[in-house]
Design a protein around this ligand. Structure first.
Ligand code: PLP
Length: 479
């Protein structure tokens, strides 16, 4: 493929994407395909001979697109949003177009430095304490990870290293291997699966402590767990607090957990993957009260902030905690002597290679501006409030718990069986997509405002789909 063909193929792709979004309401949110549909359709071996881009593109539109779930459909209300925007798509294109890997500063100075700048911008927009920022006099700073899962694991591994160093200072004869197996991590039983998985991957026992009736991990619960474990000779090492749990968007009180961690020299990581985006609006910052106790903090810009996957923004108060844990040198990686202000980001993450991910964050921050992003967040929350009112006006439904951010959880008064049936039937019809969760032992349906294209009318369409299906099942159950 030469540059002329690239121009043609690229333009066709851009037109396709623009049309895809212009017509996003025309197709069902869930595709009408059976498992294995594409594997059966495509040849078993890669083509021997090159194909013309037009044939390749036709293969894409005819075979691949029909199996795509429309995450950006206004009737996609499952999980949490995955961000996209034209600004971010162009940022991704430029990243791929430049084709650089930022393993050291010299490997692409702009790749390192734009990440420093955008992470300072972003951290300030969120109102994070200064110590987290590279622009502060201290050793703090931000880095873009691929996912919140990676951020949780990176910090778990760094916490492990930091704890061993601390204990070795107190006792230079300490047996590292025998000590590490005593380390324990803690989070709430409402945590995202990735938090529990970080314990599996990082070989640290992870205790899922019982959240209170509002889904929050309380300071007293954490304190008791530390005491129990210390009495058994174990060593509390790492805590993951959740700001916006995946099930019901509950917020752990950092101001309770923080002092418990601080007193015990335990690393506190904050997983604010979805809801943290709302902190760009000052009226939601009270939900991160106590953030000054955190050692690390992570938000997925690729969830609610219109940036395409993958862009997980992670800040630490002390970059040396990462460098001490992950610095592995080779001659071929020697670079101009950087310091923390121009970080060697390869020490801040798991892989060696790193993409120029800051380009899409930078593009979104510039094209929307802080005010544009705040409008987006506030608009989505007000759409969720509109949906809440529609559900509450129908006495067959209960909204529970209290809606938070863009998430509304609800169930049928008639009980779990019919609530599950309602969700199953809706999914089967493919016009709307939501997933279930549990709250206080009851099955609930989670409805999240996900798409940036969602309007009040779209929310009303979603409600009508739910209401009509409820009419069907509640009536048929009574027959
Ligand atoms: N944490 C929370 C609260 C989440 O809701 C999610 C995903 O929905 C994650 C972590 C995992 O995010 P990622 O896919 O970026 O690893």
């Amino acid at each position: 493929m030469d540059s002329q063909q690239f121009r043609e193929y690229g333009k066709a792709a851009i037109d396709f994407i623009a049309d895809f979004y212009d017509n996003i309401r025309e197709k069902d949110v869930l595709p009408s395909v059976e498992p294995g549909y594409l594997i059966k359709k495509l040849p078993e071996d890669a083509p021997e001979e090159p194909e013309d881009w037009k044939a390749v593109f036709k293969d894409f539109t005819d075979n691949i697109v029909p199996g795509v779930t429309r995450w950006q459909s206004p009737q996609f209300h499952a999980y949490y949003p995955t961000g996209t925007s034209f600004a971010s798509i162009v940022g991704s294109l430029l990243c791929d177009g430049l084709g650089v890997v930022g393993i050291t500063w010299m490997a692409s100075p702009a790749c390192t430095e734009l990440e420093v700048v955008t992470m300072n911008w972003f951290g300030k927009l969120l109102g994070l304490p200064e110590e987290f920022l590279n622009s502060s006099p201290g050793p703090g700073g931000g880095v873009i990870q691929g996912s919140a899962s990676e951020a949780t694991l990176v910090c778990l591994l760094a916490a492990k290293d930091k704890m061993i160093r601390r204990l070795q200072k107190l006792n230079p004869d300490l047996d590292e291997d025998l000590t590490k197996i005593k380390f324990v991590a803690y989070t709430s039983d409402q945590c995202n699966s990735s938090v529990e998985k970080s314990g599996v991957l990082g070989s640290m026992k992870m205790r899922l402590l019982k959240a209170d009736s509002s889904g929050r991990l309380r300071g007293e619960t954490l304190k008791r767990a530390f005491e129990e474990d210390k009495a058994k000779g174990l060593i509390p090492c790492y805590v993951v607090a959740n700001l916006g749990t995946t099930g019901t968007c509950a917020f752990d009180p950092l101001y309770e957990l923080g002092p418990v961690c601080q007193k015990n020299d335990v690393w506190l990581h904050v997983d604010a993957a979805y809801a943290g985006a709302a902190f760009i609006c000052p009226e939601y910052r009270h939900l991160m009260k106590g953030v000054e106790y955190a050692d690390s903090f992570d938000i997925n810009a690729h969830k609610w902030l219109l940036v395409n996957f993958d862009c997980s923004a992670m800040w630490v108060k002390d970059g040396y905690d990462l460098i001490n844990a992950f610095d592995v040198q080779r001659i071929y990686l020697e670079d101009v002597k950087g310091d923390l202000k121009i970080p060697d980001y390869r020490h801040w993450q798991m892989p060696l290679g790193r993409r120029f991910r800051s380009l899409k964050l930078w593009s979104v921050l510039k094209i929307y501006g802080a005010e544009g992003l705040r409008r987006h967040i506030r608009g989505q929350i007000s759409l969720a409030q509109h949906f809440t009112k529609l559900v509450q006006a129908d006495n067959r439904f209960i909204v529970e718990p209290e809606p938070a951010m863009g998430l509304v959880c609800f169930r049928l008064v008639e009980g779990d069986y019919l609530t599950k049936k309602l969700l199953e039937n809706l999914i089967e019809k493919k016009q709307i997509f939501m997933v279930g969760a549990s709250c206080k032992g009851r099955f609930i349906i989670r409805m999240v405002i996900c798409s940036q294209f969602t309007t009040v009318q779209d929310v009303e369409v979603s409600w009508k789909l739910v209401k009509d299906e409820a009419d069907n099942i509640v009536n048929s159950d009574r027959l």
